[in-house]
Design a protein around this ligand. Structure first.
Ligand code: NAD
Ligand code: IPM
Ligand code: MN
Length: 353
């Protein structure tokens, strides 16, 4: 029996999750042994109970669930984002979900905002280090100024880059490291050193390093030249939203936060929970409650999760159903259509039997 922890979270999180959980019901009708539990954690829960994510809940998820399906966190009533930090960032960090894989394979030509570029010309995957860098959340504000530190450990960098090399090798795609070693001599100097070492281990992978700023320009001008892009936590976050735009916007992009077997830290702590699947978008307070959120990204997270769990045929079937509906014109407002979130979810699932 596989067990899924569902955390719908804040804003449009519960709205898009309501269209995703029927996929779990569907997979069960196909004979898969799956059960799930919905967790209330998010801004409402925090504001009423004072609890973000208790240790007890964290351990329960870590040791008794196989994966997490996540909506979004972020709420204007919690302006310092404390609960987002203590729920989402903590889960990524303490579950050792070092690799944040964010694929970008646009489905329709008309979703691609780049002039004259066909969807089939673009297949990129961001491999974002997910547990440190500027997200170490160490720093302070004083009356004279403020500091934010970035931490880069050889273990985490090696873990992420090895996963990126492996993926590039599997897909036969080039690998590009996005860095700013020209300025961040220590942190990104370490990234360069580890990258060069792995280049020797993966001679079959066409790999190169680029300054992240120049890379962004090249990405827009010639996206077909890129395959896997490896980056630290902050740069990877920025690139992933640009790539969301390539796919048709924030409503479509999906992501997987994964633990990897070659992580030395993971070897000593064989947690049951090895993946957290979340759309790239946030809680979108500007459209919350309006029934217009696009559930495609959230539903594509279920595809990534099924694949991670080894349910390849089911993942393919859901993906095919989603693609077919989009090809036939199913669209929420962000995609230029008129469907509500519920109608869109139904359309995207219509090909499942
Ligand atoms: P956002 O992704 O929530 O929204 C950016 C824009 O994209 C908004 O105009 C929004 O309406 C639109 N959008 C997002 N998802 C959409 C969808 N499914 N369908 C249609 N339109 C969609 O980013 P933001 O506004 O910068 O952040 C809002 C909150 O979400 C913040 O608190 C932020 O910290 C949080 N956030 C959380 C996550 C996460 O939980 N993984 C990710 C990003 C941002
Ligand atoms: C994302 C989000 C998060 C991040 C926020 C909500 C902490 O933007 O998942 O991309 O910066 O990682
Ligand atoms: Mn982001």
């Amino acid at each position: 029996m596989l067990r899924i922890a569902i955390i719908p979270g804040d804003g449009i999180g519960p709205e898009v999750m309501a269209e995703t959980t029927p996929l779990l019901e569907w997979v069960r009708t196909r004979g898969r042994q799956i059960e799930w539990e919905i967790f209330p954690h998010g801004a409402d829960h925090f504001l009423t109970t004072g609890e973000t994510l208790s240790n007890e809940t964290f351990i329960c998820i870590r040791d008794t669930f196989d994966a997490i399906l996540f909506g979004a966190v972020g709420d204007p009533r919690v302006p310092d984002g404390r609960h987002a930090e203590e729920i989402l960032l903590r889960l990524r960090k303490d579950l050792l979900l070092r690799v944040n894989q964010r694929p970008c394979a646009p489905i329709l030509d008309r979703h691609v905002p780049l002039k004259g570029v066909a969807a089939a010309k673009i297949h990129i995957e961001v491999f974002r280090e997910n547990t440190e860098g500027l997200y170490c959340l160490k720093g302070e504000s004083t009356q004279h100024g403020a500091t934010d530190f970035a931490i880069h450990t050889e273990a985490a960098v090696h873990c992420l880059l090895k996963a990126a090399f492996q993926r590039a090798e599997t897909l036969g795609m080039p690998l590009t490291l996005a860095h700013k070693a020209n300025v961040l001599k220590h942190g990104h100097g370490l990234w360069m050193r580890v990258f060069r070492g792995l280049q020797l281990e993966f001679p079959a992978v066409r790999s190169s390093a680029m300054h992240a700023d120049a890379l962004l320009c090249a990405l827009v001008e010639r996206p077909w030249d890129f395959g896997v892009i490896a980056a630290d936590n902050f740069i990877g976050d920025l690139i992933s939203d640009l790539l969301a735009a390539f796919q048709g916007g924030m409503g479509i992009a999906a992501s997987a936060n994964l633990a990897v077997k070659h992580d030395p830290a993971f070897a000593g702590h064989p947690f049951r929970c090895t993946g957290l699947f979340e759309p790239v978008h946030g809680s979108a307070p500007d459209i919350t409650g309006k029934g217009v959120a696009n559930p495609t990204g959230a539903m594509l997270c279920a595809v990534l999760m099924f694949r991670h769990l080894g349910w390849i045929k089911e993942a393919q079937d859901v993906e095919t159903s989603i693609k077919k509906a989009l090809q036939e014109g199913a669209a929420t407002r962000d995609l230029g259509g008129v469907l509500t979130t519920t109608e869109m979810g139904r359309a995207l699932r219509a090909g499942l039997h």
